[in-house]
Design a protein around this ligand. Structure first.
Ligand SMILES: N[C@@H](CCC(=O)N[C@@H](CS)C(=O)NCC(=O)O)C(=O)O
Length: 203
C-alpha cells in the first residue's frame, strides 16, 4: 500500500482539495500541519521551498494542481468520457480564473475592502451565471454533479465556496442550481464526515 504524507500549514488553503480527494477515495494519509513558527526549519526540505507537498512512498511532490491531477486520475475522479474530462478541467479552469481575481495581495486595507466588495458582489456573481449555464447544458438540465458523477471539479468548487460563503453568505443566491449543488457536494457521506471532523481554521 502506498504511504502518503501531506505537508501544509494549519489551514485549508491550497491543500484542502487534496485532503478532500483522499476523503472521497477513502485513502489513508498523514495530514502534517506545520506552524508558521516552525516553517523556516522545514522550508529547505521542500522541493520548491513551498507547500503543499505530497510525500508518496518517500518521494516529495510539489505544485498543488499537479498533485490533484495525479490523485484524481489515480482515484477515478475526473469523469469517464473524454468530454467529461474536458468539462471537469474546464470547470476547474473557470474556478481558477475566479479565484485569481480575489485581492489576496493588496496591501492597502481600504483598497482591499473595495476590491473585495467588487469581487463578492459583481465579478464572482457574473462568472457564476455563466458557470451555471454550462452546468445545466452539460448535464441536460439534470441536477447531478458538475460532470454527472462526482469529480475533481466539484471538490474545487466546494473548497472555493467554503472560503467565500463565510464572507458573503448569499453569494450563491443568484445561481440556485449551483447553490443546490454546493449543498449536495457537502452531503456526500465521505465529504460530510471530513468537513465535520477537520480542524476549524480561518481559511
Ligand atoms: N503554485 C504552488 C504555490 C505554493 C505556495 O504558494 N505555497 C505557499 C502557501 S499557500 C507557501 O508555501 N508559502 C510559504 C513560502 O513561500 O515560504 C502550488 O499551488 O502548490
Amino acid at each position: 500500500m502506498v504511504q502518503y504524507k501531506l505537508y501544509y500549514f494549519n489551514g485549508r488553503g491550497r491543500a484542502e482539495v487534496i485532503r478532500l480527494i483522499f476523503a472521497v477515495a477513502g485513502v489513508e494519509y498523514e495530514d502534517i500541519r506545520i506552524s508558521g513558527e516552525d516553517w523556516p526549519k522545514h522550508k529547505a526540505s521542500m522541493p520548491l521551498g513551498q507547500m503543499p507537498v505530497l510525500e508518496m512512498d518517500g518521494m516529495k511532490l510539489c505544485q498543488s494542481q499537479a498533485i490533484c491531477r495525479l490523485l484524481t486520475n489515480k482515484f477515478g475522479l475526473v469523469g469517464d468520457s473524454d468530454m467529461d474530462k474536458y468539462w471537469c478541467d474546464m470547470f476547474i479552469d473557470m474556478l481558477d480564473d475566479m479565484s485569481k481575481k480575489f485581492p489576496f495581495t493588496e496591501k492597502d486595507e481600504e483598497k482591499k475592502k473595495e476590491l473585495l466588495k467588487v469581487f463578492l458582489n459583481v465579478t464572482t456573481p457574473e462568472a457564476l451565471l455563466k458557470m451555471e449555464k454550462f452546468y445545466l447544458e452539460n448535464n441536460n438540465g439534470e441536477e447531478s454533479f458538475l460532470v454527472g458523477k462526482l469529480s475533481a471539479a466539484d471538490l474545487v468548487f466546494v473548497t472555493f465556496f467554503d472560503f467565500l460563503v463565510p464572507m458573503k453568505e448569499d453569494i450563491l443566491t443568484g445561481v440556485p442550481k449551483l447553490a443546490a449543488l454546493y449543498k449536495r457536494i457537502r452531503e456526500v457521506p465521505n465529504i460530510k464526515a471530513w468537513i465535520s471532523k477537520r480542524p476549524e481554521t480561518a481559511f
